[in-house]
Design a protein around this ligand. Structure first.
Ligand code: G3H
Ligand code: PYR
Length: 212
């Protein structure tokens, strides 16, 4: 994939990790961004699971040194809200052609969920080369990604869901895995409690695991 999306995928691939963020208060966005940068991982998927998402994306993307995307995007309207706030990629739990179409219209990278061959073929038909493999652990994990990568040779996956330090290497060992997403680096309760030192530690630990 060439152009902005191709460059974006290269940056996500270079990071190897995508922190999946749930923010209950947009005032946490600035210190969270600092904590991620301090931990060596200037990447964040800010989920549309709370009303703080749009303001948080605005704050984090305004820095200019983070790769900020929106997560849990379920509608074309949410794509617009995410892109208007500064998101450069849009992640969804599943595959919705309307969401992918709107991402293409707005010029941002869609990263929809796909865990079956049928969903993967739908994503390929929509012109995608990378999908989010969600929920990863309960959908067969690294073995399932290996199996899917056989017939879909060029496709890359971003597994997310049930992944942490204990099983991260299972996924990063799979050549078709571009990066791994997860919330373990950015625990919702630690963010809400303002414990951003913990976020920096968890992020740095995760970076060391994928850099080893
Ligand atoms: O992508 C969003 C998932 O809910 C993250 O799953 P996790 O909390 O198991 O990392
Ligand atoms: C689960 C997921 O991919 C999301 O919330 O975007």
């Amino acid at each position: 994939m060439t152009g902005p999306s191709g460059e974006l995928l290269e940056r996500i691939g270079a990071a190897r990790l995508v922190p999946v963020v749930v923010l209950d208060d947009a005032t946490s966005a600035a210190p969270l961004a600092e904590a991620l940068v301090a931990g060596g991982l200037p990447v964040a998927e800010v989920t549309f699971r709370t009303t703080a998402a749009v303001e948080s994306i605005k704050t984090m993307s305004a820095r200019g040194d983070l790769l900020v995307g929106a997560g849990t995007v379920l509608t074309a309207e949410q794509v617009d809200a995410a892109v208007d706030a500064g998101a450069s990629y849009v992640v969804s739990p599943g595959f919705d052609p309307a969401v992918v179409r709107r991402c293409n219209e707005r010029g941002v990278l869609p990263l929809p969920g796909a865990v079956t061959a049928t969903e993967v073929q739908a994503a390929l038909a929509a012109g995608l080369q990378v999908v989010k493999f969600f929920p990863a652990e309960t959908s067969g994990g690294a073995k399932a990604i290996k199996a899917l990568s056989a017939p879909f040779a060029g496709l890359r996956f971003v597994p997310t869901g049930g992944i942490g330090p204990a099983n991260l290497a299972e996924y990063t060992a799979v050549s078709a895995v571009l990066a791994v997403g997860g919330s373990w680096m950015v625990p919702r309760d630690a963010i809400a409690a303002g414990d951003f030192d913990k976020v920096s530690r968890l992020t740095a630990d995760a970076v060391s695991l994928v850099s080893a």
